[in-house]
Design a protein around this ligand. Structure first.
Ligand code: DLZ
Ligand code: SF4
Length: 509
């Protein structure tokens, strides 16, 4: 009997994947393909490409060891297809079948490509998430506002994580107000677990170096785990050594210490090497054993069962046009500093350099430094979206687009965020040591040397007055602006115009 093809994509590296569960080992053929279309739909960071390709090769080995027949094509095979559908067509011809079982991809682009393929593709739900998309839609239906906090409470109840009967453990749903302390340098703080490349990874690194060295990002040293066993070891290391301090300094930023108490496992989670329910259960165990305070455990669980699932639900609910939305009508090009060009803004320089080195920055660096600046400067959100999708190892569209288009750039007009996430330099100064070493002065509001965040903050509010002045949460800042002397307001706006002019002319800001 002719078997079927079972598609496994580069971010579907889970042995319990729905497509694998629906397949028959004895007769079906798993198709895994390294293809140029996936490696180049944005100029991915070389570390991200290496992670995906090496993890794919290791996963294919595990499948073979478990008795699967795997048709694997490498990027440097002379016969390699250009696209996933191309690879399926080729394997279909080889094995005499047009039937494909797939797990629904995490991006509309690929879902459409599979629907339009000249093959019979069955796309099964991706059930490696805790909230099925149908449940999310039912939750969202008829609500005027879709606030993460309410979704999160439902998820707590549904999973039973950190619950004391019907009530939240510790008496509160959210301990975020305990999680806003600045961080202090600590040379003894453990770092995320690092792994030496094995022979498979070494081969991938040479391939990525040969093909993608023009992309933004340092390929070496490459230290990511590439198997589920390594990802689990990295998570265990975090749970033991870093989780206890995770809550307190969750929003802090420190020069030369990009990881602080963060787990740095999102790239493993998002390609399927870790399971979200398992890691949350593990975090709760640490809290129950008294080794981790409630604000750390709750903060971590909220990111995984709250934010992550909520982002995915919204991405699929909003539809394929979501990444193109531009509610604030912003059209500026992305400043060259995002690709490593010189900038005098130390916060941006630090965050971009860390991103170049590690394909990682934590949520506050992404939201309040690079995201905040792009929003204040009025950068085209589609360009901002492409940048995040390219430069972070954990970035896949289902999670990246709602975070960037919705949360960070307010380009969906307020579906995800109730007000734009903007701040002057003051917030960055409070949460980091960046301002102390900056060419600009964070306390200076106008004139030569004033922090560009300070100037652009008011300029943004002034430009978008019609939209935001009536927002109850923004009324107070407009009142502050209106109380400023007219001459001072004019000075701020002139300073902001100069910054924007400099950006447009490609001068160093
Ligand atoms: C990100 C990525 C890259 C760089 N390369 C591949 C690849 O060669 N083959 C593959 O199957 N998947 C790759 N991926 C992951 C896909 O882009 C990802 O599955 C889709 O964007 C959907 O999330
Ligand atoms: Fe960033 Fe302004 Fe602080 Fe410089 S002074 S680091 S530009 S926030």
């Amino acid at each position: 009997m002719v078997g079927r093809l079972v598609l496994v994509l580069g971010d579907q590296l889970s042995h319990d994947l729905s497509a694998l569960r629906a397949a028959e080992k004895a007769r079906d053929v798993v198709v895994m393909a390294e293809v140029m279309d996936e490696a180049s739909y944005v100029p991915h960071h070389p570390k991200k490409i290496a992670l995906v390709l090496s993890a794919m090769r290791h996963f294919a080995e595990e499948l073979r060891a478990a008795g699967w027949q795997v048709a694997y094509s490498r990027l440097d095979d002379p016969e390699a297809a250009r696209s996933i559908v191309g690879a399926l067509i080729r394997q279909g011809q080889e094995h005499g079948t047009a039937e494909v079982i797939a797990t629904q991809p995490g991006e509309w682009r690929l879902i459409a490509a599979l629907e339009e393929a000249p093959l019979t593709v069955r796309q099964l739900p991706d059930d490696r998430f805790l909230c099925p998309l149908g449940d999310f839609d039912r939750w969202a239906e008829g609500r005027r506002e879709l606030r993460m906090e309410y979704f999160y409470r439902e998820m707590r109840r549904k999973t039973g994580l950190l619950m004391a009967g019907e009530a939240p453990a510790g008496g509160r749903w959210n301990f975020d107000h305990d999680n806003r302390k600045p961080a202090r340098p600590d040379l003894l703080r453990p770092k995320p677990m690092r792994f030496a490349p094995d022979a498979i990874t070494a081969e991938v690194l040479d391939l990525v170096e040969a093909r993608f060295s023009g992309n933004f990002g340092a390929l070496r040293p490459f230290w990511f785990g590439v198997t589920a066993a390594q990802a689990e070891a990295a998570f265990e290391h975090f749970a033991r050594h870093l989780l206890p301090g995770f809550g307190d300094s969750q929003d802090a930023m420190l020069s030369g210490d990009g990881f602080l108490h963060h787990s740095v496992i999102s790239m493993y989670l998002n390609i399927g090497l870790l399971n979200p329910g398992d890691i949350c259960t593990r975090v709760v165990e640490e809290w129950k054993a008294g080794r981790v305070p409630i604000n750390a455990a709750e903060g971590y669980v909220r990111q995984v069962i709250g934010w992550r699932e909520y982002m995915r639900g919204l991405y699929f609910r909003e539809g394929p046009d979501y990444p193109q939305r531009n509610a604030l009508d912003h059209h500026r090009v992305l400043p060259a500093a995002y690709w490593g060009a010189q900038t005098r803004m130390n916060c941006v320089a630090q965050t971009v350099e860390q991103t170049r080195q590690e394909a990682y920055a934590h949520h506050i660096q992404r939201l309040m430094v690079t995201g905040n600046f792009a929003l204040l400067a009025g950068v085209d959100p589609a360009r901002v979206h492409e940048w995040y999708l390219a430069v972070y190892a954990d970035a896949f569209e289902w999670v990246e687009a709602p975070n960037v288009i919705g949360m960070s750039q307010f380009a969906d007009g307020g579906i995800i965020a109730s007000k734009p996430y903007i701040s002057s330099g003051n917030y960055i100064n409070r949460m980091s040591d960046y301002c102390a070493h900056c060419a600009y002065s964070v306390v200076q509001k106008t004139g030569e040397g004033a922090c560009p965040f300070n100037l652009l903050y008011w300029d943004f509010l002034s430009r978008h007055r019609d939209r935001f002045a009536r927002n109850p949460r923004m009324g107070p800042v407009y009142r502050t602006w209106d109380r400023m002397a007219e001459g001072r307001r004019a000075e701020v706006l002139a300073g902001a115009a100069q910054v924007l002019d400099d950006l447009d002319a490609g001068r160093v800001v």
